[in-house]
Unconditional design. Structure first.
Length: 202
């Protein structure tokens, strides 16, 4: 990017300053937003992907392991309660993107703790992510799934583009899966239900 290259030249000549740091931060924010918009486009294309049986338990275990270094650097403790062999009817792209968005959102906004649970029921697999937050009252936070919408308590204190939860809802809508977001007793709670893959053993 030309702006980034010019900023590098300024730092080489004059050294780092608050202005150049701000420019780099804005560049990173723009790159992130472009990446997210591309993901939205791919989420729309995912409507046509063939759905198969996917073990959400394994995807969740693997994704959490990948995020553990990030949680550790931020002094965030994560607790999990995951049912094994929780199979859902979906596609690889959508499932991996759904879990990635949920964990990325938690890494940005959790203050010190995250709890992730995955439970099987007769018809659905339910995934709940809960973390301590800056929310101080109990309320429905469904409005956060709007494009570029950010909560007032986070807008000025936490990084983010306000597009992650919008992408999450789009991916879940493609699969006719449900999403509920709310705050309770100071915690942010995200709950999804994905249709369970029927098997002879279930």
């Amino acid at each position: 990017m030309v702006i980034s290259a010019n900023n590098d030249l300024i730092e080489i000549k004059n050294g780092e300053s608050e202005e150049t740091k701000t420019i780099f931060e804005q560049i990173e924010e723009m790159n992130s937003m472009v990446s997210n918009l591309l993901t939205i486009s791919r989420a729309s294309e995912a409507k046509n992907k063939e759905q198969t049986s996917i073990c959400l338990s394994n995807v969740l275990y693997e994704s959490i392991d990948m995020f553990k270094p990030i949680f550790s650097r931020q002094n965030i403790k994560i607790v999990t309660e995951i049912d094994d062999n929780a199979n859902v009817l979906s596609d690889d792209y959508s499932v991996n993107e759904i879990i990635k968005i949920i964990l990325e959102n938690a890494s940005k906004y959790a203050k010190s703790s995250i709890k992730v649970s995955l439970k099987k029921s007769r018809r659905y697999v339910e995934l709940i992510e809960e973390n301590d937050s800056d929310f101080t009252k109990d309320e429905d936070l469904g409005y956060l799934t709007g494009r570029f919408v950010r909560g007032e308590v986070n807008a000025n204190t936490r990084p983010g583009s306000g597009i992650g939860l919008y992408m999450l809802k789009a991916l879940l809508d493609n699969q006719k899966s449900s999403l509920n977001i709310y705050s309770k007793e100071g915690n942010f709670v995200l709950k999804i239900r994905i249709k369970k893959k029927k098997t002879t053993s279930n």
